[in-house]
Design a protein around this ligand. Structure first.
Ligand code: FE2
Length: 200
C-alpha cells in the first residue's frame, strides 16, 4: 500500500470510529458505561495497527526538550471529540489531574502506567488503583476522575477527549510538593496528524 492509500484508509477508519463514538455518547451519555464503550471502540481502532506506522508519528529526538508529541487525528469543527496519537520516548510523567471532560487512553505500543486517585478531605489525594495501558487495553475517565500517567521508554497511545485539549482551560492538577490544587496551562504544540483528503 502506498502512503496516500494508507492515509486514506487511516482517515476512513478514524472517521468511522469517531462516528461511533459520537453515537455512543449520545446514546449512553457521559456515564461509566458510555466512556467504557468509547474505550472499547478505540481498542478496536487500535487493532488496525498497519494504519498507524510509527515512522509517520515520530517521537521527539533525544535532544528535544519534550519527551512526547501529540498528533491530532480527529477533532470536530466545534472542537468536540478530539482524538490524538501520543508518541513518546523516554520518561513522561504527569501529576494527578482531572480533565473537565471525559477522557480515554488506549494502548498501541509500549506501556503507559495509569494511577488513579480520590480526593481526601484535607485537600490531598489518595491512590485507589493502577492500570498498565498497553496494546489491547485502555482506561476510561469521567470529567472529575483523577489520574496520573507514567511512561518509561517508547510508547504510542490513543488519547481521546470529549473536548479538544486546547479548550480545556480549567484542568486541575495536584502539586505533591505543596499539597495544593493548581490549574494546568492549556496544551499547545499539537502536531497535525489528520489527512487532508482533498490532497490525496
Ligand atoms: Fe490525563
Amino acid at each position: 500500500m502506498d502512503s496516500s492509500e494508507l492515509e486514506l484508509q487511516r482517515a476512513a477508519a478514524v472517521a468511522e470510529a469517531m462516528d461511533d463514538i459520537r453515537r455512543i455518547e449520545s446514546d449512553l451519555g457521559v456515564t461509566g458505561a458510555g466512556v467504557e464503550a468509547i474505550r472499547d471502540r478505540l481498542v478496536r481502532l487500535s487493532e488496525l495497527r498497519a494504519l498507524f506506522p510509527a515512522d509517520q508519528f515520530l517521537a521527539p529526538a533525544s535532544e528535544d526538550a519534550k519527551s512526547s508529541y501529540l498528533y491530532r487525528l480527529a477533532q470536530d469543527a466545534d472542537d468536540r471529540f478530539a482524538l490524538y496519537l501520543q508518541s513518546s520516548a523516554g520518561q513522561v510523567t504527569t501529576p494527578a489531574h482531572n480533565h473537565t471532560t471525559w477522557a480515554v487512553v488506549v494502548g498501541f505500543e509500549g506501556q503507559e502506567l495509569n494511577k488513579f486517585y480520590t480526593r481526601t478531605t484535607d485537600g490531598g489525594i489518595e491512590k485507589t488503583h493502577e492500570h498498565l495501558v498497553e496494546y489491547g487495553t485502555g482506561v476510561a475517565m469521567l470529567p472529575d476522575d483523577l489520574h496520573s500517567i507514567h511512561i518509561d521508554g517508547s510508547a504510542l497511545n490513543f488519547h481521546c477527549y470529549g473536548l479538544a485539549l486546547e479548550r480545556l482551560e480549567s484542568r486541575e492538577y495536584h502539586s505533591p510538593t505543596t499539597n495544593e490544587w493548581k490549574i494546568f496551562s492549556s496544551v499547545s504544540g499539537i502536531r497535525e496528524g489528520r489527512t487532508n483528503l482533498q490532497n490525496c
